[in-house]
Design a binder for this molecule. Structure first.
Ligand SMILES: O=C(O)CCC(=O)C(=O)O
Length: 280
C-alpha cells in the first residue's frame, strides 16, 4: 500500500512534488531517475505539437544555415547543426515547455525554484561525428559533483530515435559516479564506451535525466534528419543560458517608455509590442 504523504517538515518541498508525481502516474519514473539517472515518458507530446516544433526548428535551421532541410535525405546538413535560443521563436516552444509530467520530474530533480536555462535543438543530418559522452555539469561545475542535481535536461525526440538514426546515448547509473567522463569513457565511436546504450524511442517521447548523467548521441549513418528539442533547466542560483535572462524587464520597459532602442534586449515581437504601447 502506498504511504499517505503528510505535511512532513523534513521533506517540506518534496511532499507536494511527490504528491503531484503520484497523481500523474510518475512514481516509476521517480524510481528510474533515482536508480539510473534517467527516465522516459512516451507520448509526452501530441503528433500535432511534434509537427509544429519540427516546422519551427526547420525555419531556424534554414535561417542559420541558408538551406531548407531535406527531411528525406538530410543532404546539405552534415552532423549536428546546433540551434540555440528557440524559446521566443514560436509559441510551439512554450507549449512544449508547459508539460505537467515533464515539469513535475524536473521539479523533483531541481526543486520548485528551478529555472529554464535554455531551449535548443540538436538538428542532425547524416555524418560521421557522434556527440561525445559528457555530463551537463559543464560551465565550471567541478567534480566531485553533489549527489543532488544542479542541472537537469529533457530531450524530446521529434523524430524516431534509433542507433543508426543518431539516437541519444546514455550511460545508465553514471549520475552516481559524480564526475565527468574522461579519455575513452567519452567515446561513441572507435574505442567506444561499452556502458553506453542507445535510447531508442518514438517521436513524441520525453527523455529526462539528472545533470550528472553521462550522455551524448550517435552519428547518423542513414539518410534523413534526426531532430530533438532540448530543454535544459538549472537551480535558481546558476546563470541561465537563454538570451535576455540577465535583463530586468522593468528596466527594458523604462528604456522603451523613454523612446530608447530596445531591439538588442528583447525578442522582436516584444520590441514591436512595447514600441506600439509607448507610441500611444
Ligand atoms: O540529443 C543529442 O544529440 C544530445 C543532447 C545533449 O547532449 C544535451 O542536450 O546535452
Amino acid at each position: 500500500m502506498a504511504v499517505g504523504i503528510g505535511e512532513w517538515t523534513a521533506t517540506r518541498e518534496l511532499n507536494g512534488i511527490y504528491a503531484d508525481a503520484r497523481e500523474l502516474g510518475l512514481e516509476a519514473n521517480l524510481a528510474e531517475l533515482a536508480a539510473y539517472g534517467f527516465t522516459t515518458i512516451p507520448d509526452a507530446l501530441s503528433p500535432e505539437l511534434v509537427e509544429r516544433l519540427i516546422a519551427a526548428i526547420n525555419d531556424s535551421v534554414t535561417e542559420t544555415t541558408g538551406r531548407a532541410p531535406d527531411m528525406e535525405t538530410g543532404a546539405g546538413h552534415v552532423d549536428i547543426n546546433f540551434q540555440p535560443f528557440l524559446l521566443y521563436r514560436d509559441p510551439a516552444f512554450e507549449d512544449a515547455l508547459m508539460n505537467d509530467r515533464v515539469l513535475t520530474l524536473i521539479h523533483y530533480l531541481l526543486g520548485n525554484s528551478c529555472v529554464l536555462s535554455s531551449l535548443s535543438s540538436h538538428f542532425k543530418g547524416p555524418g560521421e561525428q557522434p556527440l561525445p559522452l559528457h555530463s551537463d555539469n559543464g560551465n565550471g561545475i567541478p567534480a566531485p559533483f553533489p549527489s543532488w542535481a544542479m542541472v537537469a535536461n529533457c530531450n524530446y525526440a521529434l523524430t524516431d530515435y534509433t542507433m543508426d538514426s543518431g539516437a541519444l546515448a546514455i550511460v545508465p547509473g553514471s549520475h552516481a559516479l559524480a564526475r565527468h567522463p574522461v579519455g575513452r569513457e567519452k567515446n561513441l565511436h572507435g574505442d567506444v564506451n561499452r556502458n553506453a546504450v542507445p535510447i531508442e524511442v518514438a517521436a513524441g517521447t520525453a527523455i529526462i535525466w539528472h545533470g550528472n548523467t553521462w550522455h551524448g548521441s550517435y552519428a547518423r549513418s542513414v539518410p534523413g534528419v534526426r531532430i530533438n528539442l532540448s530543454m535544459y533547466f538549472c537551480r535558481q542560483f546558476l546563470t541561465p543560458q537563454e538570451e535576455f535572462t540577465f535583463l530586468s524587464s522593468r528596466l527594458v520597459k523604462e528604456v522603451a517608455r523613454l523612446g530608447g532602442d530596445i531591439a538588442a534586449f528583447v525578442p522582436a515581437p516584444a520590441a514591436t509590442a512595447l514600441r506600439q504601447k509607448f507610441a500611444r
